[in-house]
Design a protein around this ligand. Structure first.
Ligand code: AMP
Length: 184
């Protein structure tokens, strides 16, 4: 394969410091992540996204949980009462470029927060959502999971519209923190 069509560049993207190599096959530019064998990324990670700023403590959030790897806080535009976001700290744009080890570690916490949220908010069920790229419904480009308590006969509010009163968010965060402590 000609030099120009192979290994066009090695690049380091943003805070994640992941090295990529680009090459061309059959007219398609493929971005492969060295060392993992994972397939194409669509775009690079932007360390100035709003969740990265929350993770760095540059803007506030209604936090319900934090450990070395994950932070969870209330969604400011909840689709239903108690809507919570679980955000791995590792820099990835979404699920498509995430480290599988990060995904594996976050799933038990999704379960724990879903169980606690159902209890805390007296919900009848829980929806989990996760969006990838604009066409997939994503609006903030740092990997996150939505835990959304559901109530019999109550439809979801629109995604990412309608700011909740900060007092309501603070009260909901407190309820969820208490339920998480109660469930250990
Ligand atoms: P997604 O479309 O999956 O990227 O969802 C992004 C979510 O983040 C939406 O549900 C927004 O309501 C929520 N959101 C945006 N900015 C903030 C913020 N500063 N604090 C908490 N939630 C936010």
């Amino acid at each position: 394969m000609p030099q120009a069509e192979n290994a066009a560049a090695d690049r380091v993207f943003g805070a994640s410091r992941i090295v990529y190599t680009a090459h061309r096959t059959g007219g398609h530019l493929l971005l492969g992540q060295l060392g993992t064998g994972r397939p194409a990324l669509t775009a690079s990670y932007d360390a100035d996204n709003i969740f990265a700023k929350i993770l760095r403590g540059e803007i506030p959030c209604h936090k319900v949980y934090e450990d070395d790897n994950v932070i969870a806080f209330m969604d400011v535009m909840p689709q239903s009462a108690g809507h919570t976001l679980i955000v791995p700290k590792a820099a990835s744009r979404n699920l498509l470029d995430a480290d599988p080890a990060v995904l594996a570690a976050v799933v038990p916490l999704l379960q724990r927060i879903a169980v606690a949220a159902k209890e805390a908010f007296g919900a009848d069920g829980v929806s989990m959502m996760q969006f990838n790229e604009a066409a997939g419904g994503q609006t903030v480009y740092h990997l996150h999971f939505h835990v959304i308590p559901r109530y019999e006969g109550v439809p979801l509010q629109a995604h990412g519209r309608g700011m909740e009163d900060p007092g309501v968010l603070a009260a909901n965060a407190e309820k969820l923190r208490a339920a998480l402590e109660a469930t250990g």
